[in-house]
Design a protein. Sequence first.
Length: 112
Amino acid sequence: MSSGFIETGLSNQASHIHRALASLQEELEAIDSYHQRVDVSDDESLKAILVRNRDDEMEHASMLMEWLRRALPGFDLQLRKFLFTTDPIAALAEGGGPPAAIERGLGIGNLK
Ligand SMILES: [Fe+2]
């Protein structure tokens, strides 16, 4: 695990956030490893397993991102700004205005 520098004397919440971020890093690395193997595999039955494993890692990463969205101040705002929009990503970063996703209302739980 390459979780980087860890301060001493962290609060419980900061320790939890560190664990979640380190775990997310590991899940993202696993996605990358499986995706590379999928890309080069020419055995279709092995490729199918690797695709499933890669997608499982995406599920793990997504759960951690959601936990972080709830726990890490500021993460929710950034995710609302950049996710689930078809607007040009760089323009969202440069715009500085209210995030389009927030303006539209995310309607969490609303599948309309
Ligand atoms: Fe995983």
